[in-house]
Design a binder for this molecule. Structure first.
Ligand code: NAD
Length: 486
């Protein structure tokens, strides 16, 4: 797998200035795939300077036609090399190959076309019409302008989705960007840097991609006064640190954080089908999705039946080699993440829970960071495994006592990212959906993920929205020009 391991700074592919590299690991085999450039503070300083100059000293922010052209070029170039990107994504992320035809690769690449179209059609100015505030005749125009330099910091679980959901709208809006991808998935971003360099007309400095094994290089983006907006996706704990650091220079922050979403099964639903669907949703990509519905809320009278149905489905899905098209649940990203998930499984037992299936590392294969898809039963919503994000293939089944109780339990969480409701009576389903305090909800199997649909969280799941019109406007400032009329 020939791979780019350079940084993209000021339009050039360069090694880290200190000459350092760090290993990137295949989580399915624990083998070293190769090495990525390990940027330090000097490299990040140059990348921020390059972005600042590209924004301040060129026409990029005013030339919508150039931006639309470059974004369409990038989408097409990525599609031309999609098989290479697919191989990297499966190898570096441990992502099941089947998911790369959707949210893990193809849909985010196609989403660049959506933001290009949006920028082309967007009403950048709005005339508010004549008025005479304080008796002074005035013509007023609202102008939408890019924020300036965007620092984008991203995690490893869906690297292309999250990288492109930031790069696309930030660039379409006219900003210059410095992207700092996660240390676990540097190649996914570095290869995009190579494609930008080789096949697109983005002016130097408009996009900079800085891989590093050191989290402090990401923190630099949150502190540097030359950065106007930080767009961050990752854990709530890191999001809190980003917000604090950004407060010193009053940067705008856009945060996509953790989740502990509820899948609510009403008493008139097809319970076995609903439980099987909930199990599949959490086994997918070994549960490493912020919006996965990891709490299954079922009618108390049918609790045991629900645990059985979810466990049968989870065991049937199992886990496997991510290169196998039939695999839904691959490995976790790292030994550290597997240790964390195992820690939560021990906590579940210590708090009085039991496993409907799974419960730890499989004996085979002996390599790869696998965890058996696991159903936890016998605990309430106050258990730690019901309150904290595990980020593994682990579903906790909780009993509810009717629609209002299900809403209460679902909302009794520090998070508010996503959710699901299933039932037959549409009025009851709508009643529940309208009361869930979350950014997205799947009702009776509806799919909320799409480039034109806003995604983001309530409460400690984040601030702002990614994708859709709202996700584009996150990267814009609003200016009012008031002209005196003679
Ligand atoms: P993480 O918070 O550990 O790291 C995310 C990124 O932040 C990495 O690039 C890391 O290098 C960087 N970073 C670490 N410390 C930093 C600091 N002080 N300042 C600036 N940057 C810093 O998250 P992770 O383990 O890579 O990803 C998993 C988490 O991401 C989960 O909690 C998951 O829910 C969340 N996530 C949320 C969404 C969403 O859209 N809401 C999507 C995917 C993942």
């Amino acid at each position: 797998m020939p791979m780019n391991s350079a940084l993209l700074i000021e339009g050039a592919l360069v090694p880290a200035s200190g000459g350092n590299t760090f290993a990137t690991i295949n989580p399915a085999t624990e083998t070293v795939l190769g090495r990525a450039a390990d940027a330090d503070a000097d490299d990040m300083d140059r990348a921020i300077g390059a972005a600042r100059a590209a924004f301040d000293d060129t026409d990029w922010s005013r030339d919508t036609a150039l931006r639309v052209h470059c974004l369409r070029q990038l989408r097409d170039a990525l599609n031309d090399e999609i098989e290479q990107l697919r191989s990297i994504t499966v190898a570096e992320v441990g992502a099941p190959v089947s998911l790369t035809y959707g949210g893990q690769l193809q849909m985010p690449v196609d989403g660049l076309g959506y933001v290009a179209d949006l920028a082309e059609a967007y009403a950048w100015t709005t005339d508010l019409g004549p008025a005479a505030p304080f008796g002074k005749p005035t013509g007023r125009t609202v102008v939408r302008e890019p924020c300036g330099v965007v620092g984008a910091v991203t995690p490893w679980n869906f690297p292309h989705q999250i990288n492109f959901a930031k790069l696309g709208p930030a660039l379409a809006a006219g900003n210059a960007v410095v992207l700092k991808p996660a240390p676990d998935t540097p190649w996914c971003a570095a290869e995009v840097g190579r494609i930008i360099h080789d096949h697109t007309d983005f002016p130097p400095g408009v996009i900079n991609i800085v891989t590093s094994g050191d989290h402090r290089v990401g923190a630099q983006l949150t502190e540097d006064p030359r950065v106007d907006l930080v767009s961050f996706t990752g854990s709530t704990a890191t999001g809190r640190a980003v917000m604090v650091a950004a407060s010193h220079t009053i940067k705008r922050v856009f945060l996509e954080l953790g989740g502990k979403s509820a899948y609510v099964v009403l008493d008139d639903a097809d319970l076995p089908a609903a439980c099987a669907s909930a199990a599949a949703g959490v086994a997918m990509h070994a549960g490493q999705g912020c919006a996965f519905t990891t709490r299954l809320l079922v009618p108390r009278a049918r609790y045991d039946e629900a645990v059985e149905a979810a466990s049968t489905a989870m065991s049937g899905i199992g886990f496997g080699d991510p290169t196998d098209p039939a695999t839904l649940c691959g490995p976790l990203i790292s030994a550290r993440q597997r240790d964390r998930v195992e820690g939560y499984l021990k906590i579940a037992l210590a708090e009085g829970g039991r496993f409907g299936c799974g419960g730890g590392r499989p004996v085979e294969p002996s390599s790869g960071f696998y965890i058996e898809p696991t159903v936890i039963a016998g605990l309430g919503n106050d258990a730690r495994v019901a309150r904290e994000e595990i980020f593994g293939p682990v579903l906790t089944v909780i009993a509810h006592d009717g629609d209002a109780d299900a809403v209460r339990i679902a909302n009794d969480s520090p998070y508010g990212l996503s959710g699901a409701v299933v039932g037959t009576d549409q009025d009851r389903v709508d009643w529940v959906a309208s009361r869930l305090r979350t950014g997205t909800i799947n009702v009776n199997g509806g799919v909320w993920y799409s480039p034109d649909a806003p995604f983001g969280g309530y409460k400690q799941s984040g601030i702002g929205r990614e994708m859709g019109l709202a996700g584009f406007e996150e990267y814009l400032e609003t200016k009012l020009i008031a002209k005196g009329v003679q």
